[in-house]
Ligand binder design. Structure first.
Ligand code: FAD
Length: 429
């Protein structure tokens, strides 16, 4: 069958798969941003994509990828330049992470946990209120963490889930830090702790409680516990549906002493961030924007008969395929548009409209990635879902996005609905 294709729009002549998800010109990114994002994309495309299947199959942590992230400077992407990092802001990091997620979801998701330890203590903390003495102390402490990352390639994780209401932001964390001479004694348990057994430092969210005090969310501490400390153990197995390379096992802390320099944020600053910088919880979404793009790219390539390792059979001439690809493209552009706007306007003290948009962006990325991957499988057909090809992994990885606390898909719906209808403090009683 010969299909006549109109050539009236010259830009349509070139299908640029593996091009930037967000073209720097079209999305007005500057040269420095484009450079960092290109480094991430090229690393993902040329190196991480080839390793992703093995990490997934064996549920193995992507250690080799972390060496490459260190080698290319990306381990310190959000560390300020004066501390030896790349000095990327929120938007640049988010787009770079989407590019990594496109080629290896587990690497992007775990890299997010690591980067947040520098993003939250870095550019985000710079926006928050601290008196001069506290800020100077914070500056001294974060320099210690940044040096480890930049010079030694230290990897940080971010365990906050505990299986109760704390990770959703409802109550204080059950993991407790008791102040003692020179630091704290930490006791508690974290579930789904990505990078467990592989991070050098666990960035634990916990509640500081002195003898006789009641637990309060205001007293949340963000402490980087050395993984090799006495009293730290990793338990349980890890054999999940998707995101298998994250190795999100259970962490136990039994009377772990942690020194004062372990604080990634000063007292009270995490709580302030959660109240005033809500986009801090949107950082799990870039991985899934990347997965959405990956599912789309795969489908176009497959229908054009260009997927390596498959016979060069074209399937693009059927109108149903073309309609499905059109639906995927529309969905992808919708996800990209709202998400780009949300990561671009991330800041301290956002307006209510911006916060509702951030929830909507999170929901759109997390659910949208899986919708696109689902459509990709249906459209490409049985031969495309074999484990020798990346699509079924993309599909499984994408299913995990909407489960991530504190902004699960359900909680986003819950908050948008309530906050759209009620002002703070308003009730019907
Ligand atoms: C691959 C993967 C990696 C992860 N990595 C990390 C990590 O590195 N660090 C980390 O801290 N956590 C991590 N998590 C954990 C994740 O954020 C969740 O905590 C985890 O999935 C447990 O969720 P749950 O469904 O058991 O939670 P539950 O609290 O049992 O919630 C179940 C569902 O109920 C809904 N729900 C919960 N609370 C409310 C509420 N108050 N109102 C309305 N609905 C509610 C939510 O939609 C939620 O999905 C990871 C999870 C996965 C799948």
């Amino acid at each position: 069958m010969t299909v006549q294709v109109s050539k009236s729009v010259s830009a349509l002549d070139k299908i640029n798969l593996d091009g930037p998800i967000f073209d720097p010109g079209a999305f007005r990114l500057n040269d420095e941003q484009a450079g960092i994002i290109t480094t991430a994309r090229e690393l993902g495309q040329t190196v991480f994509a080839g390793r992703a299947a093995a990490y997934d199959r064996d549920a193995k942590f992507p250690t080799e990828n972390y060496r490459d992230l260190h080698r290319t400077g990306l381990l310190g992407i959000a560390i300020p330049k004066k501390h030896g990092g790349l000095g990327a802001g929120y938007q640049t990091y988010a787009i770079a992470a989407a590019e990594i997620g496109r080629y290896c979801g587990a690497t992007a998701l775990t890299w997010n946990m690591h980067v947040c330890s520098t993003l939250w203590s870095g550019p985000l903390a710079d926006d928050l209120d601290m008196d001069a003495e506290t800020r100077a102390e914070h500056e001294r402490r974060r320099a210690v963490h940044y040096k480890r990352i930049v010079e030694d390639g230290a990897i940080y994780s971010q365990p906050f889930s505990e299986g109760g209401a704390a990770a959703a932001g409802g109550v204080a964390f059950g993991t407790e830090a008791k102040p003692v001479e020179g630091g704290w004694i930490v006791n508690g348990k974290k579930i789904f702790a990505s990078l467990s057994g592989h991070a050098d430092y666990y960035g634990v969210l916990c509640t500081e409680i002195a003898e006789g005090e009641k637990a309060s969310r205001r007293n949340t501490l963000y402490l980087a516990l050395p993984a090799k400390s006495d009293g730290v153990s990793v338990v349980g197995d890890w054999d999940p549906l998707g995101m298998r390379g994250t190795v999100s096992r259970t962490l136990l802390f039994k009377d772990v002493f942690v020194a004062q320099d372990a604080a990634l944020m000063p007292r009270g600053v995490y709580f302030q961030a959660a109240m005033r910088w809500p986009h801090m919880f949107l950082t799990l979404s870039p991985t899934y924007v990347g997965l959405a793009q990956a599912a789309y790219d795969f489908t176009v390539r497959y229908l054009r008969g260009e997927v390596p390792g498959t016979p060069p059979v074209k399937r693009r001439m059927y109108p149903t395929k073309q309609i499905a690809v059109a639906q995927m493209q529309i969905k992808l552009e919708q996800v990209k548009a709202i998400w780009f706007q949300a990561v671009t306007e991330a800041r301290a003290n956002p307006t209510k409209e911006q916060v509702l948009r951030a929830y909507a962006a999170q929901y759109s990325a997390m659910e949208g990635a899986n919708e696109i991957a689902t459509l990709a499988i249906r459209t490409c057909g049985g031969q495309a879902m074999l484990k020798s090809l990346p699509l079924e992994r993309i599909y499984r990885d994408s299913r995990c996005g909407s489960l991530m606390l504190p902004w699960t898909a359900e909680l986003c719906l819950d908050r948008i609905g309530r906050e759209a209808l009620y002002e703070t403090g308003e009730s019907d009683e």
